[in-house]
Design a protein around this ligand. Structure first.
Ligand SMILES: Cc1cc2nc3c(=O)[nH]c(=O)nc-3n(C[C@H](O)[C@H](O)[C@H](O)COP(=O)(O)OP(=O)(O)OC[C@H]3O[C@@H](n4cnc5c(N)ncnc54)[C@H](O)[C@@H]3O)c2cc1C
Length: 374
């Protein structure tokens, strides 16, 4: 019986499980992850307003795994030996016929003083700490920013920072205390959010102006202090800092012997095969994929890549050539707590549309998406 191992339990991993079974793969599937839980990152943006708690974002997967006849192994992958087709786990090893790496990426934490910023995207703890501190402040300056990986500029996560920023602005207005706070947005990019397209950048910067949010753009970051942010040219006060650094690949990639991109991700071809490997696939934030320079690192892309990877893994095990590639598209709703803007981009077109019902559409999508796993 063929054995496919999936590394991770996030968006890409769950979609790989669903696709393998839908495609009729009836061999053994093992899933290795530290926890059998899907963490729904997109709804972290509603934590500061108290609209999501930990239990809303963490979806236990035992039922889903059982239903799909998946053998769950609670561990972390630490290495791979492609010659013997064996994955190294923390205290064990596991032989595979094909493997789908879906273990996400990491955030670069090299900037001096990074401990003074809340890395909201890294999960529950930092976002909750940011929210608690926001609620305990009576006045002050709150700074929001993001950066990319200089070795791989597409390895960044900017969208959620806009959502946190506009969400906090809306929240403070609803609480009647916006006048007690200065909100600041900073980015080393002169046109932050550029990969969403020119119009989107204009709209986002225009919205900041309307909401009286001060911007510091186009200057390289130097350091974070307890009460300020320093760039090459500016220094401004910050009582609370929310920052999303550039991304890199998983720690175990470094010594894995697999081909890596300049930014430290598993380098994939259009069929999600790690370059030079027939039986090793990658999907989601862990990989670096061919495509336009604006290609996003998003759950939506993780799903599309996982579908292609799973279909190709099945084909390769049947001695067929992989033929399934994935479409590159950027799609997201930039939420503000009361309204939302739909941003779309593919190879042919791009647009941004703002209207209040899109806030509700984002909530509706969350419910619909998670129904498959609850
Ligand atoms: C605040 C925020 C808002 C976002 N909003 C959106 C949005 O609106 N739309 C959108 O499309 N995307 C959004 N994203 C991006 C999206 O969440 C990511 O792109 C997505 O989580 C990537 O999925 P993944 O499966 O590749 O990795 P992850 O979701 O990070 O999952 C990785 C999994 O691998 C496991 N793992 C890690 N290391 C190992 C190891 N060594 N061995 C085994 N398992 C391991 C982890 O425990 C986890 O289960 C948002 C992200 C954030 C942070």
């Amino acid at each position: 019986m063929s054995h496919i191992i999936i590394v991770g339990a996030g968006f890409a991993a769950c979609t790989a499980v669903k696709t393998l079974r839908k495609k009729g793969f009836n061999g053994k599937i093992s899933l290795v992850a530290p926890r059998a839980e899907l963490f729904y990152y997109p709804s972290l943006i509603w934590v500061p307003a108290g609209k999501r708690q930990y239990e809303d974002l963490v979806i236990p997967l035992h039922g889903f795994l059982q239903k799909n006849n998946v053998h769950y192994i609670q561990s972390s992958v630490t290495g791979i030996d492609t010659a013997t087709k064996s994955l190294q786990l923390e205290n064990d090893h596991l032989d595979y016929d094909a493997v789908i790496i879906a273990c996400g990426g990491r955030y670069l934490r090299k900037l001096p003083g990074i401990e003074n910023a809340k890395i909201a995207c890294s999960g529950w703890e930092d976002t909750k700490a940011f929210s608690d501190q926001l609620n305990s402040l009576n006045e002050g300056t709150i700074a929001f920013g993001f950066a990319s990986n200089p070795n791989e500029p597409s390895a960044m996560r900017g969208g959620p920072v806009f959502e946190f920023l506009f969400g906090v602005d809306t929240l403070l207005r609803q609480q009647g205390r916006r006048d007690k706070f200065e909100l600041v947005f900073f980015s080393p990019a002169p046109r932050p959010g550029q990969r969403m397209g020119d119009k989107a950048v204009e709209r986002l910067l225009g919205d900041m102006k309307k909401r009286n949010i001060k911007t510091y753009l186009g200057k390289k970051m130097k350091r974070f202090n307890v009460d300020s942010v320093e760039t090459e040219g500016d220094q401004f006060n910050a009582d609370l800092i929310l920052f999303i650094p550039g991304m890199t690949g998983p720690a175990w990639a470094v010594d894995s012997g697999l081909t890596l991109s300049e930014g430290g991700f598993f380098k994939a071809n259009e069929y999600c095969q790690v370059e030079g490997e027939q039986h090793v696939f990658v999907a989601g934030d862990a990989g670096s994929f061919p495509g336009p320079e604006w290609k996003p690192k998003q759950a939506h892309m993780a799903d599309l890549q996982a579908e292609a990877a799973a279909k190709n893994a099945v084909d390769v095990l049947k001695f067929k050539k992989p033929k399934h590639s994935f479409k590159t598209e950027l799609i997201c709703i930039v939420d503000t707590l009361t309204t939302g803007s739909l941003v779309y981009r593919d190879q042919k077109r791009g647009f941004m549309m703002k209207m209040p019902p899109l806030h509700w559409a984002k909530i509706w999508f969350e419910k619909l998406y998670l129904r498959a796993y609850r």
